[in-house]
Design a protein around this ligand. Sequence first.
Ligand SMILES: *Cc1c(COP(=O)(O)O)cnc(C)c1O
Length: 765
Amino acid sequence: MAKRTTFMLTVNPKIPERLSRLEELTNNLWYSWDRATRALFSRLDPRLWEMVGHNPKAFLRRVDESLLLAASEDPAFLSFYNSILSAYDSYHSATIHCSTVEGIEAHDQVAYFCFEFGFHESLPVYSGGLGILAGDHCKAASDICLPFVAVGLLYRQGYFTQKIDGQGNQLAAYCDSDFEDLPVTPVSRADGSDVRVQVKFPGRIVMAKIWQAQIGRVILYLLDTDLPENSQHDRLITHQLYGGDKTMRIEQEIILGIGGVAALKALGITPTIWHSNEGHAAFMMLARARELVQQGLDFASAMEAVAVNTVFTTHTAVPAGHDHFPEAMMHHYFESFYQELKISRETFMALGHTNDDHDFNMTALAIRLSRMHNGVSKIHGSVSARICRDLWPEIEAEENPVDHITNGVHIPTFLAQEWTDLFDRHMGPEWRNKLCEPEFWSRIDTIPDHIFWSVRQTLKSQMFYGIRARLTEQNIRNHGSDAHLERLLKLADPINPNVLTLGFARRFATYKRATLLFENLDWLRSILLDQERPVLLIFAGKAHPADHPGQDMIRRVNQVAAMPEFEGRILMVEGYDLRLARRLVAGVDVWLNNPIYPLEASGTSGMKAGINGTLNLSILDGWWGEGFNEKNGWGVKPVSEQLEPPLRDAEESRSFYEILQDQVIPLFYDHGKSGFSAEWVKMAKHSMATLLPRYGARRMVEEYIQKFYIPASQQGVRYTQDNFAVAQNIAAWKAKVRAAWGGGWIRPAGESPLASLYTSSLPSS
Ligand SMILES: *Cc1c(COP(=O)(O)O)cnc(C)c1O
């Protein structure tokens, strides 16, 4: 059994009156992007702050009362505390901070469903890119005052923590969270009782408790089935993120989708725009359709009414990566449901049908029950259109309505404090309001080169401190010698951070090819071991415990890193999480990404690197396919997809070696009299100036608003009026067209009325 995370004894100290709002600060994930708030806690007791894993709430439950008392009398601390409260209050005050989002009406509300959310390491309900992207979406929605609620699951264990043993084996430990320590609170009614929802399962009712996490102005509702009134089996539904088998997965998705809709209803929230981030949440569309059928609508009209204001975002570029469930399993869980929808088993199963197999496919369901669908980069939009082509068999994939909105990252979360300070000094504090204005960012040029360079070196130094601590711990645990540790940390020297440092950190999924640079070890040796121009290569990342090839890759990285000549030149740092990610993306000089094209849907860590002046060297896939402009980093053109994988690896690794040896290394070490590379700074500034205003989450959310949310809301209103007259007309019209064409689909020519059946542009009524 997993242990509970008991950092140390809880004392629940009495909080002095003058510091009474500390508690409020611990319960708002605003601290996940407000570094000053985190610094405030850390200042109280830096050691405890480390011990509780940077978790303000866990910290405040354990901090020594005398320290609080002393702080409440310390003018410097109080002034820091008050400045934070004033920033906090002005952020949350609608009048100071918010202008209305144009096109979004007072009654509008976006409901955003996702299987995982990553805001900060203190709320471990994320595994990787998808969750962090969802977290960033919420944060940006809060920043621009979008009426927005999010829905997810509160996992008792979240994702695992990773240790790596002396042989390079990944040891996955799952720890129960004490919810009292997490920045969440139960949602309660006026009488103090918890809000719970009931979700119908075969032969039983599963209860889910609703928690809330405050993300600035946005609320995330999290469902939790770990309740005494549920059976032992059902209590475990929300136990583990991406744990268990297909049964566990479908039950989690039912809780998220169907329970999530019930939760919003119980809370009196009436969304006008519904967004399913990935297919995991697509059952929410069925739950909404059932509600309309219960109100008297027929299923076809209900489907139209649901789809018209539903947005579906897919994040997967591998068909097998899309969730699907055997028909028998679907029947088991949904038998009574399709009766409630008043449709036959066949009609129901057809909602998840694809030409690939007989399983019920969640992406197919999501596409059929949404009118707006997108991939997460330009390339991924086309890939997704191809994956989903069978849903529009009579038109070419390029013509089908799977669109794209390129991901973005939350800049206040990932931009290092040093940059924030520097921007304040050189560009004026208004830069915060110019996050989407490319013209403004040419002002980065006004930062003197030597200052720019020294900020980069400072960030590298800080990163070295961080990874030294982790590697030291790792070495002690694995019974490594002091001499070994010394050799390991030789280049990662915070006092002398001038070594060119490359970073590769992300999930160890095989398509990401973490070991690509090991294709030709002789070549790699000649690159890393140059006496005059050394290079340090840092790896981090987790492989899913069921992904054995992924874990083999971790072993391989460790094996190569342990070869005598690579010792200290290649480092594998365990425990990749948001905290390590923030340090790495800002600290290394070059960020690597070398996936198999076109399988990287977007990739977001490279964006986090780019906004911090770290240069990207990546395959032109995902976001980098559009972010690269020849001058803001390096791009590797993928070779033909037709080539056999070993040949592709050989060819593409070759490009990486060549670019490293011919371009990256000479440029970095081209120190003039000034002691740094002016050309490097020029490129890094250009990279920052082009990427920061383009790959922020605010730009992304604004695109969702313009492209999808506003039309969804407007069409939603139109469809609902007069007892869903438009929804009914559209459903009837579609049935008529289908019948007229005899069910045999014909490719539409030009402006055929058929085309509009498949596209989001609707015939006007
Ligand atoms: C950004 C981030 C990711 C996603 O990285 P990709 O480059 O998209 O694979 C994964 N994990 C953590 C901790 C991150 O911060």
